[in-house]
Structure formats: C-alpha cells, structure tokens
Design a protein. Structure first.
Length: 323
C-alpha cells in the first residue's frame, strides 16, 4: 500500500478494520460468494478508514465504534466505485476486472446497493443518531454530486467553481465525514470536529483533482484502472476547464470537437499536446498542492502528536501519488 508510511502509527487498527470489513461482507447466500471474493481484490489505499482512526487519535482515545465506522465508510466508498464503473463503462479497477465488466450492469447495480445496505446495517447497530444522520446526509450529497456531473456532461461552459462544487460533493464530502466521525466519537468538541472536517474536505478535493489529472496523463498499467473515461463520457475536469479558459475564441469550437464530438482514444495525443502547451495539467496539480497546504494549515491548532504528523504526511501523499 503506497500510503503505508503515513499509516504506520495505526497499522494494527487498520488490520483490524480490514479483517472486520471482510467479515461483515461475508454473505449468507453462497450464490454471492464469487462477487464478495472479487470485491475483496479491490483493496485500495483505505484512505477513508484511516481518516476515521487518525482523526480520533488526534483528539482523544478510540472506542470500539471507531472500527465499525471505519468499515462503514469503506463500504460506502466501495459501493460508489462499483456504481461509478457502470456509469463510466470501465473495465479495470485496481488492476482487476470491474464487477460491471465481469457480471454486467444489472448485477453491478444491485451489488452496489448490497454494499450500501450492509454498511447501513452496521451503522444502525451502533444506535447513534449522530453517525446515522451524518452518513445519510453524506450519501445524499455524494449522489447529488454525481447527478450534477452527469447533467453537465459535454458542457463547455462548466466553470472551475462548478467543478469544485461537484467534486466537493461527490468525493470530498465522504473524506470530511470520515474525519468528523473519528473526532466526534473520540469526544472532540464542535470546534475541533470542524477543524478535522475542513481538513478532510480539502484533502478530498485535492485527491479528486489529482485523480482527474491521472485519468488524462497516467497509464493503465501504472494506475491500475480504466483511463480517459472522463473525456470519453464528456466530463470536463480541471485540466480541461483550464485549457478551454486559456484558448482564444476562434479555437474553442475545434477544441470542443476534439474533446467531445470525436473522442476516440486516438485523439488522446492531440489533447495532451494542447494541455501541455497551455500548462493545464500543471495548473491543476499546483491547485491541488495549494489546497493540500490549506488542509495542513487547518490542523495547526491540534496538539502535536504522531497522529497529527501522519495526517500531515497523508496530505502530502495526496499530491505525490501516481495511482
């Protein structure tokens, strides 16, 4: 796991989360065994569970519910990945076939729903109105973000502010909620909880910007998932928005056609040349770096500890990762 250095302080806890995640996913029906076994290969960075645990450790002592909450946020995240791969028609996720590619749309949709329901079953057993309300609202916000993005496909007028609103909803909101849950269950007051929430929101935004850059600049062998899906599905991300904003009016229509109307994969090199010429990807990466610095500044008031250091290191990782 690329982020292991930042997670060293909570390694045993992360192992516990991992074991619990697979235990909770174990289906009652053997007919789902292949699906559950396959999704276990989706193991990624486990960013959101780590945010729950590190945020809790930064402000107090962890309680047993922290492990359950870490499992729930990872289940919610995994469910969104399954559904995203349907929308994007992606064939590879974390170096393995997507559920959609292997089993088709119908099973993928229902399996994503199954993951959501398993997560909220665990949540309901915690008997915490605070946690249930926060995560329910967060899933609503994430869904709104995805819906808005789909509604704005092929929209050359999408602004940077529009883009930030979308990614704050669809990606950053769950990172922020993970931090708030960790802090709240460790006994933090509202002010401290807000500090960690804002930290999570900012690193979530930066994470998505980098993800969008890698979708354009990366290779599938390195990244481990289907790429160029944003362009192929008509989604304007920050590098492309920057490019459009830099172009003179007489080149706008031909560039729009290049990006959207004839978006076969062989056009990638032409798009990359334009992005490079106008420093659009560099601009997006620099934007992510600035947001990460803001995230690190957010947690300055927290007492120094190895857990706070881990959050600072995790923020740095967000903008240096290559998968």
């Amino acid at each position: 796991m690329e982020t292991l250095g930042a997670f060293d302080t909570i390694k045993d806890l992360m192992d516990e989360v991992e074991n619990q995640f697979h235990k909770e996913l174990k289906p009652e029906s053997n007919s789902l065994a292949d699906l559950v076994s396959h999704i276990s290969k989706y193991k990624g960075k486990r960013l959101r569970p780590a945010l729950v645990l590190l945020s809790g450790k930064c402000v107090g002592n962890l309680v047993p519910q922290h492990i359950d909450l870490a499992v729930v946020v990872e289940m919610v995240h995994t469910a969104t990945l399954v559904h995203d791969d349907i929308i994007d028609e992606a064939s590879i996720r974390r170096h393995v076939e997507t559920v959609n590619s292997k089993w088709g749309r119908e099973i993928s949709i229902l399996f994503g729903d199954y993951l959501f329901s398993r997560g909220f079953t665990i949540l309901s057993a915690l008997d915490s109105q605070v946690a249930t309300l926060l995560l329910s609202k967060t899933v609503n916000i994430m869904s709104e973000g995805e819906l808005i993005q789909l509604q704005r496909r092929y929209d050359i007028k999408l602004s940077e502010n529009d883009y930030f609103d979308i990614i704050e909803r669809k990606t950053a909101s769950l990172c922020a909620a993970s931090c708030r849950l960790g802090a709240t269950f460790a006994g933090a007051n509202r002010k401290t909880s807000d500090i960690l929430y804002n930290y999570g929101l900012k690193i979530g935004i930066a994470f998505q910007i980098v993800d969008d850059c890698l979708d354009i600049m990366g290779t599938e062998a390195e990244i481990g998932k289907s790429l160029n899906t944003d362009i192929l599905k008509g989604k304007l991300t920050l590098p492309l928005i920057r490019l459009v904003n830099q172009l003179p009016g007489n080149k706008l229509e031909t560039t729009k056609e290049l990006i959207f109307l004839h978006n076969e994969r062989e056009n990638k090199n032409a798009i990359l040349e334009l992005l490079t010429e106008h420093d659009a990807v560099e601009y997006a990466f620099n934007t992510a770096k600035n947001i990460v610095k803001q995230a690190q500044e957010e947690i300055t008031p927290l007492p120094d500890s190895k857990y706070k250091t881990a959050l600072l290191e995790l923020a740095d990782f967000i903008v240096t990762r290559r998968q």
